[in-house]
Design a protein around this ligand. Structure first.
Ligand code: ZN
Length: 309
């Protein structure tokens, strides 16, 4: 196999239960738990279980407390929950979920639409949210949304994202994740921004979160992996989008990332056939076709007998 500079292994995070379901009509708790069980059975060991945001804004995740209550049945899995502010962080910690992903929009346009405050105000809140997580024995990851482009404000200046990352770490964020919320970025821009954020925040993991809206999601994964990024978000079946980002659709599909990386010699710890089974559960739960190409193709190539006539 020709040499590609790739890590030996990556650590995928399954975000289908949160990013994947948030735009969907609410599905019953038992179906969500069936999907969670199917996702855990794939071998993935990091799962974003839900989010603690306004149930009015995101009714599909209004059952966050009940979901968290069920997570103890999978003690080997590292679960986390997304929050958009201190109120949500308090709810999460009170529910027994101190592993927080706090979203900061890098643009004012997205921040005002998503969380009704400016980007700078969102950054300032890291201090209280990280302190809350740490006191409860958890951690706080800062996810920088619209890190490359914003549906309202256009291109996000890379130096602005770097400033946010640096400040978030100064205020207590344990890890960083860069979100291509509307699926516009491309490999060169991924490498440029990840390298810049790493240089500004030495010693912190920088993960990536891509959407496949314009078909470049997998290319971005490969570019990130080639510079050693190992924390990669993906969503079973390609479920998902962002209700506050017009045009955001389709997370990158877990099974496509697993296929791409495993076939390139990178270990994911995830069983591809099990992901396809989980995607079937997801498709039944949401009641419509999923965007994943690999799911439609039915998995790895299974050669058929040659025709002899
Ligand atoms: Zn997303």
């Amino acid at each position: 196999m020709p040499y590609l500079p790739l890590p030996r292994a990556v650590d995928l995070r399954e975000v289908g239960l949160r990013d994947g379901l948030q735009l969907e009509k609410p599905i019953p708790l038992e179906e969500k738990l069936e999907l969670l069980g199917a996702v855990v059975a794939t071998g993935v060991r990091r799962v974003e279980a839900t989010s603690f945001v306004s149930p009015k804004a995101v009714p599909a995740l209004a059952d966050a407390e009940q979901v968290v209550d069920e997570l103890k049945q999978w003690p080997d899995v590292h679960f986390s929950a997304l929050v958009a502010g201190l109120g949500g962080a308090r709810r999460a910690v009170a529910a027994g979920m101190p592993e927080l992903e706090y979203v900061i929009s890098a643009s004012d346009g997205h921040s005002l639409a998503n969380a009704r405050r400016t980007s700078a105000q969102a950054v300032d809140a890291v201090a209280d949210i990280a302190a809350l997580a740490h006191e409860a024995g958890g951690a706080c990851e800062a996810i920088i949304a619209v890190a490359w482009d914003c549906p309202f404000d256009g291109r996000t200046p890379a130096d602005h994202v770097v400033d946010i990352a640096r400040k978030a770490v100064d205020l207590g964020a344990d890890r960083l994740c860069l979100g291509d919320t509307i699926g516009t970025t491309t490999p060169g821009r991924v490498v440029e921004l990840v390298e810049a954020v790493r240089a500004a925040c030495p010693g912190r993991d920088v993960g990536v979160h891509f959407h496949n809206t314009r078909g470049a999601g997998l290319a971005c994964v490969l570019a990130a992996a080639q510079i050693g990024v190992t924390q990669i978000d993906a969503s079973v079946g390609g479920l998902g989008g962002c209700p506050f980002a017009p045009g955001a659709s389709g997370n990158i599909a877990t099974e496509e990332v697993v296929y791409l990386l495993e076939e390139s010699g990178v270990s994911t710890g995830i069983d591809l056939d099990r992901v396809l089974e989980a995607a079937a559960v997801a498709e039944r739960a949401v009641g419509h076709a999923l965007s994943s190409n690999l799911y439609r193709a039915g998995g790895r190539l299974q050669p058929r007998p040659r025709r002899t006539d």
